[in-house]
Design a protein around this ligand. Structure first.
Ligand SMILES: O=C(O)Cc1cc(O)ccc1O
Ligand SMILES: [Fe+2]
Length: 499
């Protein structure tokens, strides 16, 4: 056993930086909330105990706790990592220079604004200057505080370059990353994850990870939660099955490199600020691990549609469209009347202590059938005590005929009225009561919904991508009111002949 690791030590590489996911087939374990275990070298996991005096292969045992030691068993999350050197082997943390000015983890009047207006952003351009995932992530809005372990932040990222001999670690909260353009090759201490648009990945608080961009320019959304973790929603009367299935969540298998490098940098996000610490080896030196505190991904989304991204074939040549078949999420919907609340499409929820009140829900609007009778089928007009941030991964959104574009975003805060734009309203009414079953296709929108009221960061409000005309999309909604009693279900009424 010992000799296998010494052989690896002789293979000590200094040159390879971007792990070759294609050559090194990424393997996963499946399940949600399981107690997983994985060994890159057989026998590397200690038997019968977590921290023996001497671990197999001379590895160090290190625990990472995602909940307090004393959290109730059903909520308790921790993993044991068996690594070549412990994480502590680094120089002191220093404030990162140049400073990253656009990350916030404690929202207050000094760094963000209250604004009840309906807000929409156009998709941002990919940067021209070399920008990696860390440089390219910026906070749009959020509420609460990472210091007080209650709150959330919504970030977006746009990047064009892989991270280079540097790993990110978010001490503030869990990241739920929703790529919109370009795959992410994410190396974590538990192993590798390949995440494509149409999939999402959760990197829990404290894990070190590297983001490589195999397709070049990349863009997406990130929800960060402080003081809690994502879980699957209860299914209530739906029953034991439906929505996101536990077995569709994929967790990495152990992967390590024993690579010494003169100035490996750990970039730690702590209280929204970035700190760096140098070490002389790759932090991806975990030979085996076990536990239930782990990064994971899920293909929640999408049914057979082409994505227009720059992807590479196995032979290295580029192609520009890829057919994903990711019909994993199992949507439920109304089958007779009325538009159901969007909570029916919750993929993951980060709870608060109040039953049924989410710190942050991740909800999707996937392709599906609409069959409701004499019903206004698009999302209803509404005001919500929860706040709704929306993004669009692909295609169009049923409530917005124009202006809500893939890679763009919108924010409808607590009690801010919103709903279908004029064009979507008129088109729906024109279809009338006789509309048969309709299949919504070519779409994947999502919502981060929170019970906390977000404050908005100045750069998001001053962004050149802010859509100043957003309100116009509702201005054309005209009154259809008439005093005579009408039969709401008559096709005349539905056909808009009432004025
Ligand atoms: O505002 C939105 O577009 C999101 C949304 C969708 C829906 O189907 C019902 C309510 C809701 O807030
Ligand atoms: Fe809404």
């Amino acid at each position: 056993m010992e000799s296998e690791l010494s052989k690896l030590a002789m293979d000590d590489k200094t040159e390879s930086k971007c792990p070759d996911f294609a050559a090194d087939l990424v393997e996963y374990q499946s399940g949600f909330g399981n107690h997983f275990s994985s060994e890159a070298i057989a026998g590397a996991l200690p038997k019968d105990q977590n921290n023996p005096l001497v671990c197999p292969y001379g590895l160090y045992a290190e625990q990472i706790s995602g909940t307090s030691f004393t959290a109730p068993r059903k909520l308790n999350q921790r993993s044991w990592l068996y690594r070549i050197k412990p994480s502590v082997t680094h120089e002191p943390f220093k404030s990162r220079i140049p400073h990253h000015e656009k990350l916030v983890s404690e929202f207050n009047q000094s760094n963000s604004y209250a604004n009840p207006t309906q807000i929409r952003w156009k998709p941002v351009d990919t940067p021209e200057a070399p920008t990696d995932f860390i440089d390219g992530i910026y906070t749009v809005c959020g509420a609460g505080s990472s210091f007080l372990r209650h709150g959330f932040a919504i970030h977006m990222y746009t990047a064009n370059k892989s991270m280079d001999d540097c790993a990110f670690c978010n001490a503030d909260g869990d990241f739920l990353i929703v790529p919109q353009k370009g795959r992410l090759w994410i190396t974590t201490e538990c192993g590798k994850l390949e995440v494509s648009p149409g999939e999402v990945v959760v990197i829990p608080q404290g894990f070190r990870f590297v983001v490589d961009l195999p397709d070049g320019p990349s863009r997406g959304y990130v929800a960060e939660v402080f003081g809690t973790h994502f879980q699957l929603p209860d299914l209530g009367p739906i029953g034991a099955n439906g929505l996101a299935a536990p077995r569709d969540f994929l967790v990495p298998t152990a992967w390590f490199e024993q690579r010494s490098c003169s100035g490996y940098t750990i970039v730690q996000k702590f209280g929204g600020e970035l700190f760096t610490a140098k070490q002389d080896f790759s932090p991806f030196n975990v030979v085996a691990w076990h536990g239930n505190y782990v990064p994971y991904k899920v293909s929640t989304l999408l049914i057979n549609h082409p994505f227009l991204f720059n992807l590479r074939r196995p032979d290295g040549t580029k192609f520009h469209s890829l057919q994903y078949d990711l019909s994993k999420f199992c949507p439920y919907n109304t089958v007779l009347i009325d538009h159901g609340d969007p909570s029916i499409n919750t993929v993951l929820t980060a709870p608060t202590d109040k039953p049924g009140v989410a710190l942050l829900d991740f909800v999707i609007f996937p392709p599906r059938w609409l069959v409701a009778e004499h019903t206004f089928r698009p999302p209803y007009y509404h005001r919500n005590c929860m706040s709704e941030f929306m993004g669009l991964i692909h295609g169009g959104y049923e409530a917005k005929a124009d202006g809500f574009l893939p890679g763009g975003a919108s924010l409808h805060s607590c009690m801010t009225p919103h709903g279908p734009d004029t064009k979507s309203y008129e088109a729906t009414i024109a279809l009338g009561n006789e509309a048969g079953p309709q299949r919504i296709t070519d779409t994947m929108a999502f919502m981060f919904e929170s019970c906390l009221v977000p404050r908005i960061c100045p750069w998001a409000l001053e962004s050149p991508f802010l859509d100043h005309d957003y309100y116009q999309c509702w201005i054309g909604l005209r009154s259809h009111f008439r005093r005579e009693a009408t039969d709401d279900r008559s096709s005349d009424f539905q056909n808009g002949k009432r004025n």
